[in-house]
Design a protein around this ligand. Structure first.
Ligand code: S3P
Length: 191
């Protein structure tokens, strides 16, 4: 089975910090799609949105996601595809093409959190997130609206963990337990 673990979910649900902890626990490399986009564009995400618009950012995101998901490298010892923890931006799953590419690469894990927890974690840093400042709506209203828009997309993940009341370590434990259960179910279904 494709070995990668893909961490996705709404902004401020803990993807980056959990991805780092998960990669450390598994001793796997970590790949951050937004960091690759920023390095490739030579601009921050707010700059990409401001200068070129959301459609351009989504095109870059799709391109990088497809490349990372395709990763043709194999383990030199066992010949299996190489494992990695892949961290994505919060909007990746909204495009079914990204979902399809990532689902082929491994198990998609969606982190979520209660809207008020997300608003608290974002605090005054909303300006770094162009999707939240759009329309000039109050932060909590915009968060609720965007979560609702993406509900179906997030529901397509194989595994979901609510991080609202968990420590990073507890989230990592929950992910590993649920991914193991998901994999054994998928394995039994294909046997
Ligand atoms: C986005 C989330 C951001 C970043 C971009 C768009 C979104 O990543 O990819 O601002 O559409 O939800 P984080 O979820 O890591 O903040």
């Amino acid at each position: 089975m494709a070995p990668k673990l893909i961490l996705t979910g709404f902004m401020a649900t803990g993807k980056s910090v959990v991805a780092r902890a998960l990669a450390r626990r598994l001793r796997w490399p970590i790949v951050d799609i937004d960091s690759i986009i920023v390095a490739r564009a030579g601009k921050s995400i707010p700059e990409i949105f401001k200068e070129h618009g959301e459609a351009h950012f989504r095109a870059l995101e799709r391109e990088v996601t497809a490349e990372i998901a395709r990763d043709p490298r194999r383990c030199p010892q066992c010949g299996e595809p190489r494992p990695a923890v892949i961290s994505t931006g919060g909007g990746v799953l909204a495009d079914p093409r990204n979902h399809a590419a990532l689902a082929r690469a491994g198990v998609i894990v969606c982190l979520n959190a209660r809207p008020e927890v997300i608003a608290r974690r974002i605090g005054t840093a909303a300006t770094e997130r162009p999707m939240l400042v759009r329309g000039g709506k109050p932060l909590d209203e915009r968060i609720a609206e965007l979560i609702e828009e993406r509900r179906e997309a997030y529901a397509r993940a194989a595994v979901t963990v609510d991080t609202s009341d968990l420590t990073v370590e507890e989230v990592v434990n929950a992910i590993l337990a649920r991914v193991a259960a998901y994999r054994s179910k998928a394995w039994a279904a294909s046997a």
